[in-house]
Design a protein. Structure first.
Length: 722
């Protein structure tokens, strides 16, 4: 049975065989941490040091737990039964059901999902007469979760963790919420760990039971633990101290959801005499990719330190490419063109990924792939135009363009909240059917006839008056200005600004990106038609597709080719980090960059643009500081916006009014080119290829190969001379 150790390198074997006492395995990206963890588990069993039910093994996802169970069974040659193997929440639920009575529950307690939790919180707030419009329930839910992640029960919250939510009533609401949960014989997910930790801290008999039971503890992704998970592990490990934590401090990127990098950094202080094993042989990436990643992360001060080196014999490869582009539109064209070229030469799309810092960035690449006919998937999220906040904003635009659009009107009439409940909607639908009118016109009629009362009447009157004003803005200033005004005056932006949930900033960024998208179209009708066509693209399960995702969503994945666009100050590192984050947040951004580079097996392509559109205006950008931290001998600089000269000159900002070098790229943005002559071949996102037949100022008459004769503004076409 010792064959299972044969394929391990020296460091991996050391991590597997060091079974007694505390062990921290610092496993760099692509160094085989899952193999080490599962082999260690099997080794403890095969060497007779413990039975299966005497090992507590903690993973962060159910998928990782299943994979570990299968790998252990493969090494053992038989299914491993009776394992305490699973996520923190699953293992805590198992413990809590055994001792539920000791925390005021019964063993059959329910676990509320997010929707039930929110509904219960709303009931608690209503009983306390809290204005839900001013103090949203989901903001309270996020605050309570933060307290639970830090291990605080009601009555234990220190002054430093206090909040002014609802005039300082958040802790009282938290207490009332916990009382309601107990009355219902229920917990939420946060309680599973919180109540288990409380039980282990306050009940010596329960703690002793698990100390006797668990001889060994194994923990995966230790760098992602939050405080309550840390307390949970410390309590369970304090008797035997046979705890092995596997993790990578350089990949700690989840502070926004409670992860504490200090947990892994202070392991030696928590467990004096701990053995530290560094896994540094990377079996995934080429030498230049590893050199770039290692040099970048070395700029972080808050790390335990390790340097990746190639563990493969065939690890030679091309330098990491850093592409300097004139603007964000050219960036989308460059990446689209490269993907198309790779695809046509036989590269599987499933082995190509575009990794962005924020979700809003996918929109430009989605649209480019649709033009090129390249299938893609958004991993861990929705396509841009399918995201709830984008659909809401588009619904406002649909009503603006077509007041009879009942589906759009119904979607937004109570978003943000205007007091339009089920009863009011029923009244409106019945009246609409009786009068054979759309909902918008019916609402006008009911208001004129006094069909609504009080606040509901005022809110609906304000909404309809708003639509009248916004149509005037649309006529006078165009669709971009109209959308900006709608988002502001409808209260929709304010709703998301007041939302304290972790995804609210991303939703606001998506709305800004929607405004940018709208600026590419001459009329609102053209934009809405475009959106309808884009959202009709069919999903084919299992097909070969390009992957797009955020850098956070890419952790744990790997691809042959990785594109890393938008490496500019304010995008990556993001603006919030630059404005208020401090060095700790900047180091987390750098870890995110490290994660991005180390996803690549064969090639990594970083890009940055000298100009990006902010709303309808162009704004110059400067390259990310992370680019300057990459080693010269591991990278290659290319791109149309890369001037001749020194590296310092290459990474300075370009004025928006500057002219693009004439022969830089075969696809030239009209905004930066000479006037397009009659006879030139051009491309339009909607109408396809055509030839200019007449030109007057910035207006072009074009005979399109498919769409026939059209008149368009020059900025909406690209020149494609052959």
């Amino acid at each position: 049975m010792s064959d299972y150790l044969a394929g391990l390198n020296e460091a991996q074997r050391d991590a597997v065989e060091a079974t007694d006492g505390p062990v921290l395995v610092l496993a760099g990206a692509g160094t085989g941490k899952t193999r080490v963890l599962t082999t260690r588990f099997a080794h403890i069993l095969l060497s007779g040091k413990a039975f299966p039910n005497q090992i507590l093994s903690v993973t962060f996802t159910n998928k990782a737990a299943r994979e570990m169970r299968d790998r252990v069974a493969k090494i053992l040659g038989q299914p491993a039964e009776g394992l305490w193997l699973g996520t923190f929440h699953a293992l805590s639920a198992r413990m809590l059901r055994r001792f539920a009575e000791r925390v005021g529950l019964t063993s059959s307690f329910s676990i509320l999902d997010t929707d039930d939790q929110l509904r219960l919180l709303k009931q608690v707030m209503e009983a306390a007469r809290i204005d839900a419009k001013r103090w949203p329930a989901n903001a309270l839910m996020a605050q309570i979760q933060r307290w639970k992640d830090k291990g605080f029960l009601p009555g234990e919250i220190p002054a430093s963790e206090a909040t002014d939510f609802a005039g300082g009533k958040a802790e009282a609401l938290y207490r009332a919420y916990q009382d309601r949960l107990r009355t219902l014989n229920a917990t939420d997910f946060g309680d599973l760990l919180l109540l288990t930790v409380h039980l282990l801290k306050t009940d010596p008999e329960v703690l002793a039971t698990y100390h006797r039971m668990f001889r060994y503890i194994l923990v995966d992704e230790y760098q992602d633990t939050n405080l309550v998970q840390y307390y949970w592990l410390r309590l369970l490990a304090q008797a035997r101290k046979n705890i092995c934590c596997v993790g990578d401090d350089d990949q700690s990127i989840y502070s926004w959801r409670g992860a504490e990098i200090e947990n892994i950094l202070k392991f030696e202080r928590d467990f004096p005499g701990a053995k530290i094993v560094r896994l540094e042989a990377n079996y995934r990436s080429t030498v230049p990719i590893l050199a770039a990643a290692s040099a970048l992360i070395a700029h972080n001060e808050g790390r335990l330190g390790k340097t990746l080196h190639a563990g493969r014999a065939d690890a030679a490869g091309d330098p990491v490419e850093v592409v300097a582009l004139w603007d964000s539109e050219e960036e989308a064209r460059m990446i689209g063109g490269r993907v198309e070229s790779f695809w046509r030469s036989g590269h599987k799309l499933a082995e190509i990924a575009i990794l962005v810092r924020a979700g809003f960035q996918t929109r430009a690449f989605e649209e480019r792939m649709l033009v090129l006919g390249i299938p893609y998937r958004i991993v861990g999220g929705l396509r841009f135009y399918e995201r709830a906040e984008v659909r809401d904003a588009i619904a406002y635009l649909r009503v603006l363009a077509q007041p009879a659009d009942d589906l759009a009107f119904e979607r937004i009439v109570n978003v943000p909240k205007r007091g339009v409940g089920d009863g009011a909607m029923r009244t409106m639908h019945e009246a609409a059917r009786a009068a054979d009118l759309p909902l918008h016109a019916t609402t006008e009629k009911l208001l004129a006839e006094g069909g609504f009362k009080g606040k509901l009447r005022e809110s609906l009157r304000t909404l309809l008056a708003g639509f009248a004003d916004w149509r005037s803005v649309l006529a006078a200033k165009g669709p971009v200005a109209a959308l900006e005004v709608i988002l502001e005056e409808s209260g929709y932006l304010a709703m998301w600004k007041a939302d304290k949930s972790p995804d609210a900033p991303g939703r606001l960024e998506n709305l800004k990106e929607l405004v940018r998208a709208l600026a590419d179209f001459e009329t609102l009708a053209e934009f809405l038609e475009h959106v309808a066509l884009v959202t009709e693209v069919e999903e084919q399960a299992g097909a070969d597709k390009l992957s797009m995702m955020t850098l956070h969503g890419a952790k744990g994945l790997e691809f042959d080719t990785v594109f890393l666009p938008g490496w500019e100050e304010g995008i990556f590192p993001n603006q919030r980090t630059l404005d208020e984050g401090g060095n700790k947040s900047l180091e987390e951004e750098r870890r995110l960059a490290y994660v991005g580079i180390t996803r690549a097996r064969q090639r990594a392509i970083i890009s940055h643009a000298a100009n990006r559109r902010i709303y309808a205006n162009w704004q110059s950008s400067i390259p990310s500081r992370f680019i300057d931290e990459l080693p010269e001998d591991a990278i290659r600089h290319t791109g149309s916006a890369l001037p001749q000269g020194t590296r310092t000159q290459a990474f300075t900002s370009f004025p928006v009014t500057a002219r693009r070098p004439e022969a830089a790229t075969p696809t030239i943005s009209i905004a930066a080119a000479d006037r397009i002559p009659v006879g030139a071949r051009v491309f339009h996102q909607k109408f396809g290829y055509g030839r200019v037949t007449a030109a007057e100022d910035d207006r072009l008459d074009i005979n399109f190969e498919i769409s026939g004769d059209k008149r368009v503004l020059s900025r909406f076409v690209e020149r494609h001379d052959k």
